[in-house]
Design a protein around this ligand. Structure first.
Ligand code: AHM
Ligand code: MG
Length: 320
């Protein structure tokens, strides 16, 4: 009967977050409401992806849906989207305490061949009730109150952290609800996989090149690692979280800051990694300590299993 009880006692994402928030006496339910609006955006994108909408249309549609859902939640005051050059300041009558940074449809160049893509988001809280400004979102990633992604793949999976562990929810299409399927995700301490665009190797710096060389030709007698690279960050990070190993988008001579964006790619994924017991490093410092100066800033990123990132940190330290 245990299995039946499980099947009839559904842990939806809303119920899960309500339980979490109820531990804080000062909680007003605002976060749960905000998250419900993010979830609505994810369900919309999931259904559009499954209908086979083409890339251009999907990019624009997803962005519009997320912005409208977030503004209408009445819980946000400033939004940063990868699709919009400027931050969006929510009109006073609809303002709330949260700032949301997001990439509505990351990896969208993969859409037309059916590869998994995703939405990435990070959430900050404004300090006080002043007029919201860019300073409210140009905060180090460690100040985020929550972060997550939704992956549109063979199933639709939402992975979320509110700063105490990481949990995964899968959309049950017949219910239209995200149900807890991956409680308390912990990344393996050490992995057997590395993930990087090796086509950029000729422009890498020394430590990156050395690390990848060690993955292929380990000097300590351990087996060589497998290479997996989808080229869709959400899918590559999702695999890294579940199976362990490293995901990298390093600096190279042509792009000294790498490719990925600090606010809505590097920070949310680093937040999830640390909350799952892994690490995230820029080549210079802990990724979550970075202070962005512009909303679309980029940074190199190395994230994944604790021990594997230690190895990368040691290579950078040795270089001086
Ligand atoms: P996008 O925001 O234009 O979709 O680019 C981001 C994507 C990430 O999902 C992925 O990790 C990376 O670009 C792959 O880049 P590359 O094709 O250079 O390997
Ligand atoms: Mg992107």
């Amino acid at each position: 009967h245990a299995a039946d009880a499980h099947r009839t006692d559904l842990m939806t994402i809303t119920r899960f977050v309500l339980n979490e928030q109820s531990k804080y006496p000062e909680s007003r339910g605002d976060f749960t409401i905000l998250l419900n609006h993010i979830v609505l955006g994810c369900k919309f994108v999931c259904s559009s992806v499954n209908k086979g909408e083409e890339q251009k249309k999907l990019d624009v549609l997803s962005n519009e849906v997320f912005i409208k859902a977030l503004v209408s939640s009445g819980r946000t005051c400033i939004l940063v989207s990868e699709e919009d050059e400027d931050a969006i300041i929510v009109e006073p009558s609809k303002r709330g305490r949260y700032c949301v940074v997001f990439d509505p449809l990351d990896g969208s160049s993969n859409i037309d061949c059916g590869v998994s893509i995703g939405t990435i988001f990070g959430i900050y809280m404004v300090k006080d009730d002043h007029e919201p400004t860019l300073a409210d979102v140009l905060q180090p990633g460690k100040q985020m109150v929550a972060a997550g992604y939704c992956m549109y793949g063979s199933s639709c999976t939402l992975v979320l952290s509110t700063g105490k562990g990481v949990n995964g929810f899968t959309l049950d299409p017949s219910l239209g609800e995200f149900i807890l399927t991956h409680p308390d995700i912990r990344i393996p301490k050490k992995g057997k996989i590395y993930s990087v665009n090796e086509g950029n190797a000729k422009n890498w710096d020394g430590p990156t090149a050395k690390y990848v060389e060690n993955c292929k030709f380990p000097k300590d007698g351990s087996p060589s690692k497998s290479l997996r690279y989808i080229g869709s960050m959400v899918a590559d990070v999702h695999r890294t979280l579940l199976y362990g190993g490293t995901f990298m988008y390093p600096a190279d001579k042509k792009s000294p800051s790498g490719k990925l964006r600090v606010l809505y790619e590097v920070f949310p994924m680093s937040f999830l990694m640390e909350n799952a017991g892994g690490q995230a490093f820029t080549g210079k410092q802990r990724a979550l300590d970075l202070v962005p100066t512009k909303i679309h800033d980029r940074s190199p990123i190395f994230l994944g299993s604790y021990d594997d990132i230690e190895e990368i940190k040691a290579l950078y330290a040795a270089e001086g």
